[in-house]
Design a protein around this ligand. Structure first.
Ligand code: FDM
Length: 209
């Protein structure tokens, strides 16, 4: 059986990732593709519950290293599920993943390579769709500022770290300025179709960049 496609949607806060992952799932369903959405952080697992408290309660202190390792551990909680869905021929859509993990923590000043280390060995996406907005736009969107990391200067640093992945083979930047939700959805769908139509090699895993 051909394995499924591992798709990842990434981007800064309030760039429309959740809207687009939902819309991608609907299109996959209409197309007869059996697909599962996994959003990180997955806040319902034992580690996810700690992460949720950390993100929503500024009085809950963790060192940057501890927070980083929890986000990575949260991905490892789901790693076997992702791998087995793919091996069963299912498509998996990830709303944030390793790239957010590395970008947010290295933006705090932790070394980039150190940030990637605990994620080495996790399934690597066939395609990463990085939603790119002008900085000013995501910070004026409704809801921005509700959680720990939603501060404009910090978002700029995160963007710089995300862009260190842009030369990776699986990376596609989706420019979303002045585009409707439908137009962005079409760009994502086109990129997905190209990837899905290619012959798939064995699942890849994260290694050193
Ligand atoms: N975030 C998310 C991290 O700092 N590291 C990670 O590994 C992941 C997956 O958590 F500010 C940050 C990014 C964001 C916050 O994400 C919660 P959502 O998408 O708003 O739930």
């Amino acid at each position: 059986m051909t394995r499924g496609v591992l798709v990842c949607i990434e981007g800064l806060d309030r760039t429309g990732k959740t809207t687009q992952t939902t819309s991608l799932l609907e299109k996959l369903d209409k197309d007869g593709v059996d697909a599962t959405l996994i959003k990180f952080p997955e806040r319902t697992t034992p580690i996810g519950r700690i992460i949720n408290t950390y993100l929503t309660d500024t009085a809950f202190e963790l060192s940057d290293q501890s927070a980083h390792l929890l986000f990575s551990a949260n991905r490892w909680e789901l790693a076997e599920k992702i791998r087995s869905l793919l091996e069963d021929g299912k498509t998996v859509v990830l709303d944030r993943y390793v790239y957010s993990g590395v970008a947010y923590s290295s933006a705090k000043g932790l070394p980039f390579d150190w940030c990637l280390s605990p994620d080495i060995g996790l399934p690597k996406p066939d395609i990463v769709l990085f939603m790119k907005f002008k900085q000013e736009e995501n910070v004026t969107r409704e809801g921005f500022g509700e959680e720990r990391y939603e501060v404009a200067e910090f978002q700029q640093k995160v963007k710089t770290q995300f862009e260190k992945f842009q030369n990776e083979d699986n990376w596609r930047t989706i420019y979303v300025d002045n585009k409707s939700i439908e137009e962005v959805g079409e760009m994502i769908w086109t990129e997905y179709k190209v990837t899905a139509s290619r012959r798939r090699e064995a699942l890849q895993y994260f290694s050193k960049l």
